[in-house]
Write a protein that binds this ligand. Structure first.
Ligand code: LR7
Ligand code: MN
Length: 574
């Protein structure tokens, strides 16, 4: 009788509380978990069955106990793993070493199962999707010196949480990693997973050419790209494939990208408000909070962040893949996004599909001994030259025209654009991302120089803080790659190049940067023609410099004070 009751309660659990659904018991014990605290890398037993499909014998009492124990393991269900105060030096060094190598907490990642359960973050309205009519996909994961445990968790999350028939293969493209365990040891580990293939580049190619290699090797009709530190949630794949099947080959789809915390590996979904993709005039990808309420319908997005999406393989090739001369990292996401829209396709976020990604605050790798930004700059210029028509001038105005940099030959990419008969960038701006402020709509642009102090207004972000301040800095330093670029808009805003506005908080003397809201008030400034004062509409005070010489504050307007005089100055070309 006891067994029957347990069986019934298990079934109820499984069917009625999907968000609490637990994977089948693991073959390792709690002691293994504790041991993980001491070992460098913890190797869990290899799983032989798919946990989303519980085997027949799971009704056994013992296994139910295991199931409960599973919940206690570190990081399960995406719970944060907080390290206690570390007193011994050896452990401290291990933790620091992990951060140095990967810019996230590798030590904590090593403690968490490759098969950990995740919360079900889906909207309850998301429908179940029959898989028999969906096309299979090749999953392509490129990596350069990825941490073993995050890479394996990425791979296992795909194997464990996708209908097996829909995964034709997983292609791991090793972009010339130096880490020892990613070589023979990875081959050995993956040997037993039939669907996993490893391709290795003969030299460092960078993410973008590595992706191209992966796409050429792929055999399935749909390509799905992932970063090498992701975790796919239950039901992530079906809505992506279904949307392409329903809307046609020129629809490219992106899941909701959830956040895996870089310190604790906590899995968190941003929740109600979906963000869409945009960009700024430095050609950096940006998230834009979307206006629509939390619908489960596909949401058109002007750009994608780049790492995680599904695309029809023929369509990817039809669009010319990525620019093969893009080095290392960056801009390929905007190139593909611009191309999709300008050349007749559609780019959408699919709210019922969720994939987590470890966001980190710095890049842990370099490019041919050069600072990363040189590769990134080259890519941006190629992007601007081929796809942005006259609007490329704004990019140059902001970052300066780097004449030294060899950006290679552009003729092939320009021919591609002609062959595909793509629309103009102006069409894209007007129709696909009308919310993006175009610098054309300003009275003045450039540096915002203080006449009295001879210093320039600059954003001053505190790391890990959502408050974005401003402060005075030198106007030109030879090492600076880029100047703060301000626009005095036709709506009397003082806009920063990233889409934030100089804001005077109500009734205070505080000035900061806040997302431009378009309602005037604290973001409305009068630039007085003669006195050169910047007068705020809400406080009727003037922008000035505090005693310390670097802080910016609102002051009683004083015509005599040269430090209340401001000038927009165009950058000189390098
Ligand atoms: O030389 C390299 N070779 C590589 O194979 C450099 C990197 N890589 C790999 C790397 O191991 C990782 O898997 O490329 C992937 C992306 O690099 P990350 O994770 O260091 O950078 P990122 O997460 O900031 O990358 C985002 O922007 C990139 C622009 O080129 C790519 O489009 C990434 O795929 C993209 N990641 C995402 O969109 C995930 C969501 C995060 C956001 C925003
Ligand atoms: Mn990444």
């Amino acid at each position: 009788l006891l067994l029957v009751m347990l069986w019934i309660s298990y079934k109820l659990f499984d069917i009625w509380i999907p968000s609490m659904k637990m994977p089948a018991p693991s073959q390792y014990t709690y002691e293994d978990m504790i041991k993980a605290n001491d070992d460098d890398i913890w190797e869990p037993a290899v799983r032989t069955h798919n946990p989303t499909q519980p085997q027949e014998d799971v009704h056994h009492e013992q296994e139910l106990e295991d199931k409960l124990e599973y919940v206690d393991k570190l990081g399960e269900f995406g719970v944060a793993v907080e390290l206690p105060e570390i007193s011994d030096l050896v452990t401290r060094q291990k933790v620091d070493g992990g951060y140095q190598r990967h810019a996230f907490n590798e030590y904590v990642s090593n403690m968490i199962s490759y098969h950990r359960a995740l919360p079900d973050v889906r909207d309850p309205r998301c429908p179940g999707i029959p898989t028999d009519l969906l096309p299979p996909t090749s999953v392509i994961i490129c990596f350069h010196n990825e941490a073993w445990s995050t890479l394996l968790r990425t791979v296992h999350s795909v194997l464990n949480r996708s209908p097996p028939d829909l995964i034709e293969e997983i292609i791991l493209v090793d972009d010339y990693s130096e880490l020892e365990d990613l070589k023979e040891e990875l081959n050995l580990y993956m040997f037993e997973f039939e669907k996993v293939r490893i391709i290795r580049t003969a030299k460092r190619e960078g993410l973008i050419r590595a992706r191209l290699l992966g796409s050429q090797a792929a055999t399935a009709p749909i390509l799905t790209f992932l970063d090498s530190h992701c975790e796919c949630t239950d039901g992530w794949l079906e809505p992506l494939l279904q949307r392409i099947t329903d809307s046609g080959w020129n629809t490219v789809v992106v899941p909701v990208i959830d956040i895996i915390n870089a310190d604790t590996l906590e899995y968190k979904s941003p929740g109600e408000n979906l963000s869409k993709g945009g960009f700024d005039w430095q050609l950096m990808f940006k998230w834009i909070p979307s206006e629509t309420d939390n619908s489960i319908m596909p949401l058109a997005t002007a750009t994608m962040s780049g790492g995680i999406f599904s695309i029809d393989r023929d369509y990817f090739n039809h669009l010319g893949g990525y620019d093969p001369e893009f080095d290392m990292w960056g801009s390929e996401n905007l190139e593909l996004s611009f191309k999709i829209w300008m050349c007749g396709g559609t780019l959408e976020i699919i709210p019922c599909s969720h994939v987590g990604h470890i966001f980190r605050s710095r890049m842990p790798y370099t490019w041919a001994g050069h600072p990363n930004s040189s590769a990134f700059r080259k890519n941006s210029i190629r992007l601007a030259e081929v796809w942005m028509d006259d609007y490329k001038k704004y990019y140059y105005e902001i970052v300066g025209h780097d004449q030294q940099l060899d950006i290679g030959d552009l003729s092939e990419r320009k021919k591609l654009r002609q062959r595909l008969r793509c629309r103009s960038f102006q069409w894209y701006l007007e129709n696909i991302i009308p919310e993006l402020f175009v610098p054309d709509n300003s009275f003045a642009t450039g540096q915002l120089r203080n006449v009295g102090a001879k210093t320039c207004l600059s954003p001053s972000y505190k790391l890990n803080s959502t408050v974005k301040g401003v402060a005075m800095q030198h106007c030109s330093h030879s090492t600076a790659r880029q100047w703060p670029y301000w626009m005095y808009s036709h709506q009397s805003e003082v806009r920063y190049s990233t889409g934030d506005c100089l804001t005077n908080l109500d009734e205070t003397h505080k000035v900061l940067l806040d997302r431009c809201h378009g309602y005037g008030r604290g973001q409305s400034w009068i630039l007085r023609y003669h006195s050169k004062q910047l007068l705020n509409a809400i406080s009727s005070k003037c922008l000035g410099i505090a005693e310390d010489g670097t802080s910016v504050e609102m002051q009683i307007c004083d015509y005599e004070d040269p430090k209340q005089r401001w000038k927009f100055v165009k950058h000189k070309k390098e």
